[in-house]
Design a protein around this ligand. Structure first.
Ligand code: GTP
Length: 598
């Protein structure tokens, strides 16, 4: 165990995490030249075909230092804020972290948020100043920034280039000398932390774990503490470029487990694996069920495809444990599902996979966050509102609470004004402002999650000309004045177009919604009034004027095949349209509320 080092790499996006990992693998000879050319690529093709993530989640290197062979386990952390809980679990499996900072860009929002996670887990931090080869690098200044942030000595910061290989030997030396060896007792009952899992269509769920105490043996009867389920460890092993089956993995080490589990939901990141017969008394602390943050309806374009959609969603859930869904029905769209996602990125991935892997064309409705509503009858028991139609009638409503987040934004001082007005526009309250250097400012805001899940990040990039980085973490529920804005087309309410918005913005949003829908809904053979309403009160109105579009008008003469082609083309264009009453609504219209500022 003294010869094992478990570490992760934390960095802001694009600061060179993956490139550094590759360089470490090269330097330790974990990939031979041939493997680099042949097997690595083969492996990747295969993985691509099977639809498994190409990146490895943990990789083991061997490195000889001062005559002793060390085992270095590099544990990968997911990069996107949607998956921050998973980052915290990966971090919990390590004793140390390389904090990679780009020598041209210095410290950014995710550098800080990931650093805090690492410090909470008592990790030894090794600061790496990457990209020193860049002409635009500012090594002295950025080193000062790092020293200020960590309170370390400037000599502890390792200048490196993941591209040219500068400093890689120094980094390996620091990993061995500065990161403590894992602690743990081989003689105690098995206690292993699940930090990741992937779904492999041929072998079932592969679970990645770090043994904290005891050991896990091939064939052992094991149990997952949170789910309470027991399995046989069919195969265990360590992860090099490919899986290396082993007979046993002991305290301190990292490995994979295959048990024939076919449903990803049975393996939860953060859970503890233990021996079924002699279970540990101390499950690893801090287990959390991942909670979806964003909800939206998914409906088949063709109502007849509902059952097919259900079976596709069930299959998708087998390998995406964080996807949740329940059937719902909409007067406008018929039967579909209300789905919960970790964030907007996750929602896009799910929609994309339904189309690509299952050939389903779906309509997604306006996403919203999850609210809690209390009625005057019962002011204590909340009603969970994941769908605008679940909001109780305003007359019976006592109060509504919405989720808030703490946002961390780092930007240049020139853009502080712009960023502040954006955040205030998004109902944010500034809580802190710190000058990291005379040019760089860290701003903290408390903001409603609902305001940032949609277009916030894009607008932040615009107002800061790209010089702002952003991260957030949830801070609980707060009371808010919410109303539901309904949309009526041809005097018929279209429930799938309803949105929950803050009262102060409701009139403005209602007006913009009507204008946007007028743009997006194609003209039809009759006038279509569009109205926005809060309860029975109409707050805005537009009209789409009638038009008859005859696509075959151009086809004079008798060429029937050409005419058919045009009609076919027109049918395709309609694919993502839904007939609601006698109005055809294209997919974009259902998302119109998100694009009001375009
Ligand atoms: N010049 C120079 N470029 C580098 C260096 N390290 C990484 N890069 C480049 O920086 C870009 C981002 O590097 P990645 O390794 O993909 O960064 P990452 O942090 O893994 O990014 P994500 O995976 O998107 O989070 C790539 O274009 C790299 O080629 C370096 O030391 N010097």
């Amino acid at each position: 165990m003294e010869k094992i080092r478990n570490f992760c790499i934390i960095a802001h996006i694009d600061h060179g995490k993956s490139t550094l990992a590759d360089r470490l693998l090269d330097f330790t000879g974990s990939v031979t030249e041939r493997e680099k050319q042949d097997q690595l690529l083969d492996n990747m093709d295969l993985e691509r075909e099977r639809g498994i993530t190409i990146k490895s989640h943990a990789i083991q290197m061997e490195y000889v230092y001062e005559g002793e062979t060390y085992i270095l386990n590099l544990i990968d952390t997911p990069g996107h804020v949607d998956f921050s809980y998973e980052v915290s679990r990966s971090i919990a499996a390590c004793e140390g972290a390389l904090l990679v900072v780009d020598a041209a860009q210095s410290i950014q929002a995710q550098t800080i948020s990931n650093l805090y996670l690492a410090l909470e887990n008592d990790l030894e931090i090794i600061p790496v100043l990457n990209k020193v080869d860049l002409p635009s690098a500012n090594p002295e200044e950025v080193t000062d920034d790092i020293v200020d942030l960590l309170g370390c000595d400037p000599s502890e910061v390792i200048p490196a280039s993941a591209k040219t290989g500068i400093g890689i030997g120094e980094i390996l030396k620091a990993i061995i000398e500065r990161i403590p060896a894992p602690k743990g007792n081989v003689n105690e009952p098995l206690q292993a932390l699940v930090f990741d899992s992937v779904y492999n269509p041929f072998r079932g769920v592969e679970t990645y774990f770090r043994v904290m105490n005891g050991e896990i043996r091939k064939g052992q009867k094991i149990k997952f503490v949170a789910t309470g389920k027991a399995y046989e460890a069919d195969e265990i092993g360590t992860l090099k470029l490919r899986q290396m089956p082993k007979n046993k993995i002991s305290a301190g080490d990292v490995g994979y487990l295959i048990t024939g589990i076919k449903d990803a939901r049975e393996v939860k990141v953060g859970d503890t694996i233990t021996d079924a017969a002699n279970p540990t008394k101390n499950a690893i602390e801090g287990f959390e069920d991942v909670k979806p943050m964003v909800f939206a309806g998914i409906y088949p374009v063709d109502t007849e495809d509902f059952e097919e959609l259900r079976s596709s969603m069930e299959k998708l859930q087998l390998n995406d444990a964080s996807l949740v869904f329940t059937p719902e029905s909409s007067a406008a769209l018929g039967f579909g599902f209300r789905c919960g996602f970790l964030g907007m990125l996750h929602m896009e991935i799910v929609q994309e996979r339904l189309e690509r892997e299952f050939d389903m064309t779906v309509i997604t409705t306006v996403p919203n966050v999850s609210y809690l509503a209390y009625t005057t009858k019962d002011k204590e028991t909340p009603i969970v509102v994941n769908n605008p139609s679940d909001l109780p009638d305003p007359s019976s409503l006592d109060r509504v609470e919405e989720p808030y987040i703490k946002a961390t934004i780092i930007t240049k001082s020139d853009f502080v004004g712009n960023v502040m007005s954006l955040c205030i526009d998004k109902r944010g309250h500034i809580t802190n402002q710190t000058y990291l250097t005379p040019e760089r400012v860290e701003l903290n805001f408390d903001m409603p999650l609902a305001e940032i899940v949609f277009d916030f990040y894009d607008r932040l990039k615009t107002v800061s000309k790209g010089y702002a980085s952003f991260d957030y973490s949830p801070i609980g529920m707060r009371v808010s004045k919410l109303v539901r804005v309904d949309i009526l087309l041809n005097a018929q309410p279209v429930d799938a177009l309803s949105a929950l918005v803050h009262f102060d913005n409701a009139h403005n949003i209602g007006k913009k919604m009507c204008e946007k829908l007028k743009e997006l809904i194609p003209r039809q053979q009759f006038d279509i009034p569009i109205q926005a309403a809060i309860g029975a009160k109409i707050i805005s109105r537009e009209t789409i004027k009638a038009l008859r579009k005859d696509v075959t008008a151009k086809c004079y003469g008798g060429d029937i095949s050409r005419k058919r082609k045009l009609l076919e083309k027109q049918k395709k264009g309609k694919k993502r349209m839904r007939q609601v009453g006698n109005v055809e609504i294209p997919q974009q219209a259902f998302m119109a509320v998100l694009k009001l500022n375009d």
